[in-house]
Design a protein around this ligand. Sequence first.
Ligand SMILES: [Zn+2]
Length: 200
Amino acid sequence: MPEPRRIVVPPQSGRSIRVSRGDLVRIIDPQGQQVADLWAFATADQLDWLSTSQTRDITERLFPGIGDHFYSAAAKPMLTLVENASPGPHDMLYPACDSALYERAGFPNHPNCRDNLMQALASEGILLPFAPDPVDLFQNSLPQPDGRLVVEASINPPGGNVTLRAEQDLLLVVTACSVDYYPTNGGVCTEIAVEITSGS
Ligand SMILES: [Zn+2]
């Protein structure tokens, strides 16, 4: 087996990663309690992107089970959840953190996942007029029994990870979430690692 390609996403930043159909993508939280936002885009023909709402609808779940797909806005399989080596939970209800969220919290000009997504896409020559909602890996924000949504501290341990298989050639963007106050990321922002194993 060849060594996987390893990309480190530094704290409060984002990276774009091109993968081929069949590649395995492992997203790792080396230090624990760090949320990773994930986006996937198909850029070959018509632009298409991972849709959390289509994925919830088609899988009839808040988050895919093992073997389930993440679907695109055009309802095409983009990724498959191959392994979940994390206690979770993972989130597919929240948007990316953005400058407005930090301004509401009293932190203007704060790094944020939305800007990091847009910068990563711009580095690939892609300008989007909107930000798709991300898959928030390791984010502990399950709906409460009374319907409230509360973000609690991630319980992902050091090294907790998920592995996905690409079902198309994809442009992925992974951000290490920028929330540096308690609770989301445990009160401290750390890096995310991504390992790509070629499927061919
Ligand atoms: Zn974020």
